[in-house]
Design a protein around this ligand. Structure first.
Ligand code: ADP
Length: 442
């Protein structure tokens, strides 16, 4: 286009010179020609300036030749840029939405570690405030020596763990991901639960080996005695030795039985939880067992049972819940105390309640009772054959029936353990067993 414009200028110039030569005014005609050409250029430049000033709202000015071409090209470039901007804005919107939905906190840092941008989760986890914290150094905000070390050691591959600056009990993990031109992306996660699970797993294994070691040590001790001097032992001593060894073996069996039940409840191994469970019948048997278990302690046992109230669930799991709570009440209630069991329904659902007048539990123990192997008084629990797994089994089995456990206890006065079952799993006896037909006398 520019070449064509140049030749147009030259040819028209030559024509002007020719006309000038014909009328003997070459200089004047050439001057007029140049002035006209300049005027045209100038007017187009003014048009261009005005158009650019007015912005994108207006379509390009009309012109011919090179200027027309320049105007349309600029116009097309603007259109392309506008489309690209729109696309970028859409992309940015989508990026913002997706990073906001990320379960991890993401922070973009500049070269020197100043904060450039962060997503909602990062703000929540680290307590970052907009706009005050933009351009501040992340390490200055966190003020944690381990995090500072981690930032200094730039090729750290593993994330660093540190306590949350906003929630005391939370543990966060932070990892740096370098990208672009010396920029850094920081990914922050709440790992409280993972840490707790790790801790629980460690404790679980330690507890099991500890629980097994005690009876094994006792059995081993007795066996050594027997091996060394069995001839010196009279029949009575031998009987005693074997009885103690048997007690320890029973204890180990109880522990492995509880572990198996717990693992079954955890792994969903037991059958489907949609059988009709005749709870009143189950509690009838439990009443008998409780009487035998109470034995010489002679507890007063009161059972108030709604005979119409059945449940839909897993009979083995429910039996394990009721038995565990009952056995605990007997074990932790001194001789002569009272245990009252209630099975009833109200507006919120069905409830199984075991009340005792036993030793009670201090409030700070109550919230940890359902943890595996947690016992208030280890010696007492061992003495009664407890493994510390009973309430863990109870809560897991209840969870699988969408039910919850409430504990209300006071030291020296007694405890109440209440299982709340939702209405959805309640069945009434009359729903499954039609009333006996009335005989017609003729
Ligand atoms: P354990 O096998 O030791 O009884 P559980 O998980 O059944 O284990 O119970 C955990 C702890 O809760 C017990 O060791 C005991 O300290 C306390 N506990 C449970 N039930 C009662 C109760 N009815 N009265 C007092 N303490 C109880």
């Amino acid at each position: 286009m520019a070449v064509k414009e140049f030749w147009q200028f030259v040819v028209l110039g030559l024509l002007a010179i020719l006309v000038g030569a014909m009328i003997g005014q070459i200089k004047t005609i050439l001057l007029i020609y140049l002035l006209l050409w300049l005027g045209w250029y100038f007017s187009n430049m003014v048009k261009l300036g005005r158009w650019l000033e007015q912005g994108k709202k207006y379509s390009p000015p009309v012109s011919h030749g090179l200027w027309g071409y320049i105007f349309t090209e600029i116009y097309h470039m603007q259109q392309r840029k506008r489309r690209r901007n729109k696309k970028l804005a859409k992309l940015l919107g989508r990026f913002r939405e997706s990073t906001a939905a990320l379960p991890e906190g993401v922070i973009v840092l500049r070269e020197q570690g100043e904060i450039e941008w962060w997503n909602e989760m990062a703000g929540e986890l680290l307590g970052l405030k907009y706009p005050q914290d933009v351009d501040r150094r992340l390490t200055n905000l966190l003020r944690n020596p381990e995090v500072m070390d981690y930032f200094r050691n730039s090729d750290a591959q593993k994330p660093v763990h540190f306590p949350s600056p906003v929630a005391e009990l939370k543990i966060l993990s932070l990892k740096i991901v370098p990208y672009g031109n010396n920029q850094k992306l920081v990914v922050v996660r709440d790992v409280t639960l993972n840490k707790r699970v790790e801790e629980m797993q460690r404790d679980f294994v330690a507890n099991i080996s500890h629980e097994l070691r005690t009876p094994l040590t006792v059995i081993n001790g007795y066996l050594e005695n027997l091996l060394e001097g069995s001839g010196d032992l009279d029949a009575e001593r031998l009987q005693h030795t074997f009885r103690v060894m048997q007690q320890q073996a029973i204890r180990m069996r109880q522990l492995t039985d509880d572990l198996t039940t717990l693992s079954n409840v955890d792994n969903d191994k037991l059958g489907p939880r949609n059988e009709v469970v005749n709870v009143p019948q189950m509690l009838g048997s439990l009443h008998e067992e409780a009487r035998i278990l109470s034995g010489e302690n002679n507890h007063t046992l009161v059972f108030e049972v709604d005979d119409e109230l059945f449940l839909r669930g897993d009979p083995r799991e429910l039996d394990s819940v009721f038995t565990n709570l009952m056995v605990n009440a007997i074990n932790y209630t001194p001789a002569g105390g009272a245990i009252r069991v209630r099975w009833y329904q109200d507006d919120s659902g069905a409830h199984f309640e075991v009340n005792d007048t036993g030793i009670g539990i201090a409030p700070y123990h109550v919230e940890r009772l359902t943890e595996r192997f947690y016992r208030v008084d280890v010696a007492r629990s061992r003495h009664t054959g407890g493994s510390g797994l009973g309430l863990a089994i109870v809560t897991r089995a209840l969870q699988r029936h969408q039910a919850g456990l409430r504990i209300d206890s006071e030291i020296g006065r007694g405890s109440a353990f209440i299982c709340d079952f939702p209405k959805e799993i309640i069945i009434h006896k009359s729903d499954i067993m039609p009333p006996a037909p009335t005989s017609l006398s003729g």
